[in-house]
Design a protein around this ligand. Structure first.
Ligand code: NAP
Ligand code: FE
Length: 369
């Protein structure tokens, strides 16, 4: 099978990335809408740096700070209208995966006034979305480099991802210092998300060549950092913060081309119904995923373990300890009701998992957590 990779985002990384060349912002337009959550853009220092860069570049801006975790399409739709009303020529998303994913949707709503909130899932845009710039403040999703936006439909409460070339940012910044303000629990959860991306994608049929090299580097950066988080129980220092952030970017490039596997869609159930943060929700299914990898893809597993310098049992133990969720105890009926959403159209993630997961098996996994 031939391998393929595409990643058209201009990524600027390292200390001081946002302010290194303010002209990058004015190249996107003379007015923007900044899209953030309530607190993190400010507490991380990213918003202040962005405002300074925009002012230096002569770019006017308005702030929309109404994006919550697992962003709602209604909030993105509202921000899209605000972008139009204020004459924004581009969208600047600042925050974790939620505001970054939201910014991609806001850009599509902004240039397409005819779209109702739920129309975004159809991905048919009469006008190209506005350009998007992103500044990340968590080391997890890789949304900076993916053509993916995960949005929650207000009507159903379900998370659904949309992807395609229209959802690439034009410009993205990865400066690890914005992640320093993240507390221990979110640091662990976002690190688990990045690791889940890397290891889920590793076992997909598309992970070869350059992508495998990126994933190998993802393991090298992420695994020692996760081990450190487990051993210390404390927020990490600057070097580990940088390893986590860059590891999440490597993993992001890999999932952008390979996709994720079953822990992601099955994990959505725990987020939607039990409020579990995204990374831990996916990580809850990593032990089952790795057991299947051991059965159906032993060589790829051995290679991953050797890159990480870890043995299988210790890997699972560390993941379980970091995930640290209570037992949910869904009944068999409840688990089957949750899994029914995949009955008509099982996600590609199931097929690309080792041994290919069936919907009945997904229900079984839900009944075990
Ligand atoms: P998040 O939902 O963006 O943020 C989680 C929490 O952390 C929020 O309370 C946020 O505060 C806070 N926070 C963020 N950065 C902070 C910082 N530097 N200091 C202090 N607090 C900070 O978390 P996330 O895990 O990064 O993103 C999860 C979302 O991304 C999910 O919806 C998931 O499905 C999606 N996702 C997308 C992709 C993709 O490829 N696009 C991949 C995986 C996951 P505020 O609310 O104040 O901002
Ligand atoms: Fe994820």
């Amino acid at each position: 099978m031939p391998f393929e990779m595409y990643m058209p985002v201009r990524l600027v990384w390292g200390d001081g990335a946002v302010n290194a060349d303010p002209g990058r912002f004015s190249q996107l337009g003379s007015r923007c809408l900044i899209v953030t959550g309530k607190h993190s853009a400010i507490s991380s220092g990213a918003l202040g740096d962005a405002q300074r860069a925009l002012e230096t570049a002569g770019v006017a801006y308005t702030l929309y700070d109404g994006i919550g975790q697992n962003p709602l399409i209604s909030a993105c739709h509202e921000a899209g209208a605000m972008a139009r009303e204020t004459g924004a020529q581009f969208i600047l998303g600042i925050g974790g995966g939620s505001p970054l994913d939201a910014a991609k949707a806001v850009a599509a709503y902004a240039s397409n006034p005819q779209l109702e909130a739920s129309d975004i899932y159809k991905k048919i845009f009469a006008h190209a979305p506005l350009p998007v710039a992103l500044i990340g403040t968590t080391a997890g999703t890789g949304s900076e480099v993916t053509a993916v936006s995960v949005l929650t439909d207000d009507a159903t409460g379900r998370k659904k991802s949309i992807s395609g070339p229209a959802f690439y940012a034009a410009l993205a910044f990865a400066d690890p210092k914005y992640t320093y303000s993240l507390d221990y629990d979110f640091t662990v959860s976002t690190a688990l998300d990045a690791f889940a991306h890397n290891i889920e994608a590793w076992f997909t049929p598309k992970c070869g060549g350059v992508l495998k090299a990126l994933a190998a580097e993802g393991f090298r950066l992420l695994w020692p950092s996760l081990t450190q988080l487990k051993n210390t129980g404390e927020v990490p220092g600057e070097a580990t913060r940088a390893n986590l952030y860059y590891g999440s970017i490597y993993a992001g490039m890999v999932i952008n081309n390979c996709g994720t596997a079953f822990p992601h869609p099955v994990g959505y159930i725990l987020t939607e119904n039990c409020g579990v943060p995204h990374g831990k929700a996916c990580a809850a299914f990593l032990p089952a995923f790795l057991e299947r990898a051991r059965r159906f893809a032993p060589d790829a597993l051995t290679e991953a373990l050797s890159i990480m310098g870890e043995d299988f049992d210790a890997l699972l133990q560390t993941l379980r300890q970091l995930t640290n969720l209570p037992r949910f105890g869904f009944s068999r009926e409840q688990a089957e009701a949750y899994a029914a959403r995949w009955q008509d159209e099982p996600p590609l993630n199931f097929k690309s998992s080792p041994g290919s997961l069936t919907v009945a098996e997904a229900a079984g996994l839900l009944a075990e957590v």
